[in-house]
Design a binder for this molecule. Structure first.
Ligand code: ZN
Length: 278
């Protein structure tokens, strides 16, 4: 079987504190060859880096401020996160080594970042400013974006358009939209849609939407673990070992083999995450 990559997994989360090594072991046994970890705030930049250091050449860090973590103190948070990223600026070569303790840990992307108006619009303006600042980091560092977007696609696209020609690419993670929304996002070159457990849900339209307008060159796989476990494990804690359920759903939807899904998504990962060397 061709191996696959989990491009979005909160493996540093406390949900995995009891049995993280077993989770990694199950991922390896299920055919997962790498796991990418997004940070959500300053504190998690450290836990993400720590977890990646514990599983070298298997877990890879992404650093950023998640829209739901954008509060009054967002400028201070961004300044701290930029310090982590600036340690990568010592060279223009890829992979970029981090300074000091983090030496040899290649940061793969800015993330996760974006806009989320689902729960609250309290920090709507702050979210817009924080997202745009991190989009500028993506351009400056030429690191791809790992983007989270909920109930805010038009606002998100408006910001991204300003930088369209300079952006190195990225992932619209946990895509659950319709055809029109997919087409709007795919207008950004070198961006792909991250597909996870939601595709397996009974009411999901993704098995029809994706083959209709998203070529296999524009998809990557993800869990968003511990959230979004696929059917038949829906509601349980998610982990990378469950991605084969998503692969089966996609293989059926596109009328291709599971190996084809893995091969395409692996190629897409390598094209977008230039610091990832498998
Ligand atoms: Zn996430």
């Amino acid at each position: 079987m061709v191996k696959f990559i989990d491009t979005h997994c909160h493996l540093d989360g406390e949900e995995f504190d009891e049995d993280r090594s077993a989770v990694v072991q199950r991922a390896r046994e299920a055919g997962c060859k790498a796991i990418f970890l997004p940070a959500i705030d300053v504190k998690s930049c450290q836990t993400v880096l720590d977890t990646c250091r514990e599983y070298p050449d298997y877990c890879f860090p992404m650093l950023g401020l998640h829209p739901e973590e954008v509060k009054q103190d967002w400028r201070d948070q961004l300044a701290e996160i930029k310090k982590y990223l600036n340690n990568t600026l010592t060279t223009n070569q890829f992979p970029i080594p981090l300074g000091g303790d983090e030496a040899g840990l290649p940061v793969l992307a800015i993330g996760e970042v974006g806009l989320d108006y689902y729960w609250s619009r309290e920090f709507e303006q702050e979210q817009l400013l924080a997202f745009e600042e991190q989009v500028r980091w993506s351009v400056e560092l030429q690191l791809p974006l790992m983007i989270h977007c909920r109930k805010a696609q038009n606002e998100l696209v408006t910001i991204l358009k300003k930088y369209k020609n300079e952006l190195p690419g990225g992932v619209f993670h946990c895509f659950t939209g319709n055809e029109q929304e997919a087409r709007q996002l795919l207008e950004f070159d070198n961006f792909v849609l991250g597909i996870g457990g939601v595709a397996t849900f009974k009411k999901s339209h993704l098995p029809e939407v994706l083959p209709a307008c998203v070529p296999l060159e524009r998809l990557v796989l993800e869990t968003d673990a511990p959230y979004m476990a696929p059917v038949p494990l829906r509601g349980k804690r998610n982990e990378s070992a469950y991605i084969p359920y998503v692969i089966s759903t996609l293989a059926e939807a596109y009328s291709v083999s599971a190996d084809d899904i893995c091969r395409h998504t692996n190629e897409n990962v390598c094209r977008i995450f230039k610091n990832f060397t498998s």
